[in-house]
Design a protein around this ligand. Structure first.
Ligand code: KG4
Ligand code: ZN
Length: 326
């Protein structure tokens, strides 16, 4: 089964062709980061407009890179929710048009299911269940658990900001570029994590997350320390990153014990943070700990094709719309 998937839920336009939910024949991503950078975050209207300007040339590029023709594509998959409404509409409209004109089945996909299914991409090793999946992105911080990929259930999530959102907001407070995660991770490597004391949010709540208070604590710390030197910035990044990581892994530990997990998967944009993965590997030394390669952590269409293959089902064309349950 060869699926062509389209992902336009936020600020990355992406098209991918994946065989059997696992083997990526091509993945093209057009990032809008530069366009949104001067605003310090994603501007929804700009994102939607840029998807329309990009998606039509990514489609032939994706087919060419895979060395495939339309006749070799068995189904079209598309992200239908969650995401920015205006951005999702572009991907859904393109996918419906392709499915209708080429007479192909269409499979709607939930973006979070996509992040979870990114664990299968280019991964020859079988995933051992039960699984605990930590989904950490710019929009979501959630724990999922299940005995099969088709039956994973939401265990907990954040009360307020997502972990990635906290990285982005703290970067902005420190005058660092958007997206904040990669810059904070590299500045943290130069800093001293114990110089500034930051509170671990919702420490006594076993599974629930919260990150808005941590962002406020960083804002107060910056105010007290101002004007900041480069080494102050490095130390704040190190303290912030360490606090986020220990908060995340404290809840993952509860989830692992609760579900007697054999595998912990860290997925979503923040899973690109290799310090998080390294610390998780140390804590959960007796079970499998994995994160996909970085290109499959941040938003991409390959994970949407994987989710369509493992968890999706074909639906009538007239039932597909933004936000449809899948
Ligand atoms: O999954 P993703 O590409 O988009 C959403 O679905 O939100 O995640 C983007 C988020 C951003 O908030 C970005 O700052 C964060 O992932 N991120 C990181 C790193 N790379 C990206 N956070 C921490 N460390 C990183 N290395
Ligand atoms: Zn995402």
């Amino acid at each position: 089964m060869r699926i062509l998937a389209i992902e336009t839920s936020c600020d990355d336009t992406s098209v991918s062709i994946v065989r059997d939910g696992q083997w990526v024949e091509s993945l093209v991503v057009s990032s809008q980061i530069k366009a949104h950078q001067r605003f310090g975050g994603v501007v929804p209207e700009l994102a939607a407009r840029m998807h329309t300007e990009t998606v039509h040339y990514l489609l032939p590029k994706c087919l060419a890179e895979a060395g495939r023709t339309w006749s070799e594509i068995d189904a079209i998959a598309v992200t239908t929710n969650p995401g920015l409404e205006g951005s999702l509409i572009i991907g859904v409209t393109v996918a419906k048009t392709l499915a209708m004109t080429l007479n192909k089945p269409i499979i709607p996909v939930n973006h979070i299911t996509g992040h979870i299914c990114s664990i299968f991409l280019d991964n020859p090793k079988p995933i051992v269940f039960p699984l605990v999946a930590l989904v950490v992105s710019g929009g979501h911080t959630q724990l999922w658990t299940g005995n099969t990929i088709q039956t994973v259930k939401l265990l907990s999530e954040t009360r307020d900001d997502a972990a990635g959102e906290a990285f982005d907001k703290v970067a902005r407070l420190l005058g660092l570029p958007y997206p904040g995660g990669p810059t904070i991770e590299s500045r943290a490597k130069l800093g001293q994590p114990t110089r500034f004391k930051l509170p671990e949010p919702l420490r006594h709540s076993p599974l629930e997350f919260s990150f808005s208070g941590l962002k406020t604590a960083v804002a107060n710390c910056i105010q007290q320390q101002s004007p900041l030197t480069e080494s102050d910035i490095n130390d704040i990044c190190a303290a912030f990153q360490q606090t986020v990581i220990s908060t995340l892994l404290r809840k993952v530990t509860v989830a692992v014990n609760h579900s007697q997990a054999a595998t912990v998967a860290i997925v979503g944009g923040v899973a690109a943070n290799r310090t998080l993965l390294h610390n998780a590997t140390e804590i959960f030394s007796s079970i499998n700990v994995m994160a996909p390669p970085i290109k499959y952590c941040t938003d991409n269409a390959a994970m949407i094709a994987a989710a369509a293959h493992f968890c999706g089902s074909q639906v009538p064309l007239n039932t597909i719309r933004v936000g449809c349950a899948c």
